[in-house]
Ligand binder design. Structure first.
Ligand SMILES: [Zn+2]
Length: 183
């Protein structure tokens, strides 16, 4: 696994400063009935990501009710399959899995994850900002699957030397920031 580049560390610092990346908290999704989590299958990161998420609502008796759906690249390739050279029907199958999880288990909360460093993102040379855009687009495709769905986006960072952090991504602040950079 590679280390983060200086440019990546700089952009993460900026995203934190702009409050786009925020500490994950139990109130960002309604976890009362558990959560459907869509994440990269990366075994170097999944345990940290999973256990951090499971600890978000210590008083919730369903806090370990995490319905985990993994793919290489996680939620990234829901949004723009061509970017990741995926077939549209593969994406459809992941969306179907999300819907199935919801109808079988009656879970309304969906947590969409991307992470860095991610082998799939590296393979297709998408940077952190692009990956966050794809993550927000993924939510737009997931939401219409059910009127009961509530989604939130998360970003996991492996800083190296054992330091790993999960962040909630504020879509509003991210959009404002993108707009301010364009003007
Ligand atoms: Zn990955």
């Amino acid at each position: 696994m590679r280390e983060l580049t200086k440019a990546e560390l700089r952009i993460i610092k900026e995203l934190k400063k702009q409050d786009i990346l925020q500490p994950p908290r139990g109130y960002q999704l309604d976890y009362r009935n558990g959560v459907i989590m869509v994440a990269c299958a990366d075994g170097d990161q999944l345990y940290d990501l999973f256990t951090t998420h499971a600890g978000l609502c210590p008083s919730n008796p369903n806090r370990h009710r995490i319905h985990l759906l993994t793919r290489n690249g996680g939620a990234l390739w829901i949004s723009r399959p061509r970017t990741f050279n995926r077939q549209t029907d593969e994406v459809g199958s992941l969306l179907k899995e999300i819907q199935k999880a919801h109808s079988m288990k009656h879970i309304n909360a969906v947590a969409l994850y991307t992470h860095v460093p991610c082998g799939v993102a590296d393979e297709f040379n998408t940077d952190i900002v692009t990956n966050l855009k794809l993550l927000i687009e993924a939510k737009i495709l997931v939401r219409p699957l059910s009127p009961d769905f509530q989604t939130a986006e998360f970003f996991h960072v492996d800083y190296g030397q054992g330091k790993k952090r999960s962040y909630y991504v504020s879509p509003e602040k991210f959009r404002e920031w993108l707009k301010s950079k364009r003007s």
